[in-house]
Design a protein around this ligand. Structure first.
Ligand code: RNT
Ligand code: ZN
Length: 423
């Protein structure tokens, strides 16, 4: 049963008092939360399929498992699904597009030839709905990436093809930023790597650096487009070696002044990205996060409200990094309702952010500085039991989105009326 407006308000008032007693201003936390835009990844809506006319299999060592009915088959369907998701998430959020989501009107357009006009449908929709846009060149699921190499290929023609695609992508990003008045983050991720132990780890990395230099040679106004590079430890079919590793891109980002992307599924399974944030922020201008959830491997499960997610958001708040961090999501689960996947993951990211914003951080810090780790532990543990859910419910009420799991009613209705009618 959905709680009444009155009971949500009343619970909030009590929660506000509890937090105020610890020196935490819940109103300030909610204002902070409202200012954060999460970039929803379009590819959760169709299992990273895209709409290329000659679209093939999902490549690059990526895998979306499951066959839940109703996946979007066209850009219009995907936008309609996204509209439902955004209506169920408090706040104003962005969309993260991939190049394969171009609308070419049935014409086959090579990825190197993609232009802003092929994303006019997305841009109009983004403008009308107040969504910022982010972008990604798609350096996989293509014959030119069939051997698993793109920007780091030994074949100069292959490298050239992908350099040109990345340049075209940055120009598309620039066009988004120009029209929407908010910079587009264009993120480069490539699959390049080897299944088994290479004898030369060095040369492909030198080639990748050379290719990236060619991609970024063209200067684009950072008010319109920001470039990011995303490393990875391993992938399906690149278990032994990935050219664009974390260390490689960390060095590249620092040297060349581009953004670094940290995907939470791209490290050793027990390694988390929370601890990396303050370390890399000392050297890179801005950060792009791909918040994901790996289960045993980089499995891209829907983001849940777990310790990992909470630690990431705590680091962003505690380090005052929100202004320099672009938060994107990156998962694709085809085994559940795809609209729900967006809503659950995004609401979780926001809930974790709220929890972080509700910390009495100055007090905690002073305990730490004084060496009183006992009191720090006691307070941190106490905070876990505070009525943060009441603050979240109130936030949803204020934002005009369903409180609690009531968002599932809308999703179920949409599933019956629309998703299940798709073949
Ligand atoms: C792959 C990377 C990359 C992709 C998207 C689809 O391991 O995480 O970000 O998931 O580009
Ligand atoms: Zn990613």
């Amino acid at each position: 049963m959905t709680p009444t407006e009155g009971s949500i308000q009343a619970a909030y008032e009590l929660a506000r008092e509890r937090y105020a007693a610890l020196g935490v201003d819940t109103e300030k936390a909610l204002t902070g939360l409202s200012q954060v835009a999460i970039s929803l990844h379009c590819w959760q809506g169709d299992d990273v399929g895209g709409f290329e006319t000659a679209g093939g299999e999902l490549g690059g060592g990526l895998a979306a498992t499951g066959n839940y009915p109703g996946k979007a088959r066209t850009a219009d369907e995907l936008r309609s699904d996204l509209d439902v998701a955004y209506r169920l998430i408090p706040g104003q959020h962005r969309l993260n597009l991939h190049a394969i989501y171009a609308e070419t009107g049935g014409k086959q357009v090579e990825r190197t030839d993609l232009q802003p006009e092929h994303f006019a449908g997305w841009l109009d929709w983004a403008k009308a709905n107040n969504h910022g846009l982010d972008f990604n060149p798609t350096c996989f699921s293509h014959p030119m990436a069939a051997d698993g190499f793109t920007l780091a290929s030994y074949d100069p023609a292959v490298r050239r093809f992908w350099i040109d695609h990345c340049i075209a992508s940055r120009r598309i990003g620039e066009s988004f930023g120009r029209v929407l008045g908010s910079p587009c983050v264009t993120n480069i991720w490539i699959p390049d790597g080897l299944k088994d132990t290479p004898v030369d780890r060095k040369t492909p990395r030198a080639l990748l650096a050379q290719s990236l230099d060619a991609v970024f040679a063209d200067k684009i106004d950072p008010r319109f487009n920001l470039d990011a590079v995303e490393g990875k430890l391993f992938g399906l079919g690149s278990e032994a070696y990935v050219v664009g590793s974390h260390e490689f891109y960390l060095g590249y980002a620092i040297t060349c002044g581009v953004l670094l992307t940290l995907d939470s599924g791209h490290f050793h399974p027990t390694e988390t990205i929370a601890d990396k944030i303050s370390a890399v922020m000392a050297y890179v201008p801005e950060l792009l996060l791909h918040v994901s959830r790996g289960v045993r491997w980089d499995s891209d499960h829907v983001v849940t409200f777990n310790d990992d997610l909470q630690a990431i958001m705590q680091e962003l708040v505690r380090g005052d990094f929100l202004g320099r961090t672009h938060i994107g999501l990156d998962y694709f689960d085809a085994s559940i309702n795809r609209v729900a996947a967006w809503v659950i993951g995004t609401r979780n990211a926001l809930r974790a952010l709220l929890l972080a914003l509700l910390e009495p951080i100055d007090h905690l810090r002073s305990l730490e500085v004084a060496g009183d780790y006992t009191a720090r532990l006691a307070l941190l543990e106490e905070l876990k039991g505070l009525p943060f859910g009441a603050v979240w419910d109130y936030h949803c009420l204020q934002a005009g989105v369903p409180v609690g799991v009531a968002y599932m009613d809308d999703i179920k209705a949409y599933e019956t009326q629309t998703l299940l009618k798709r073949s």
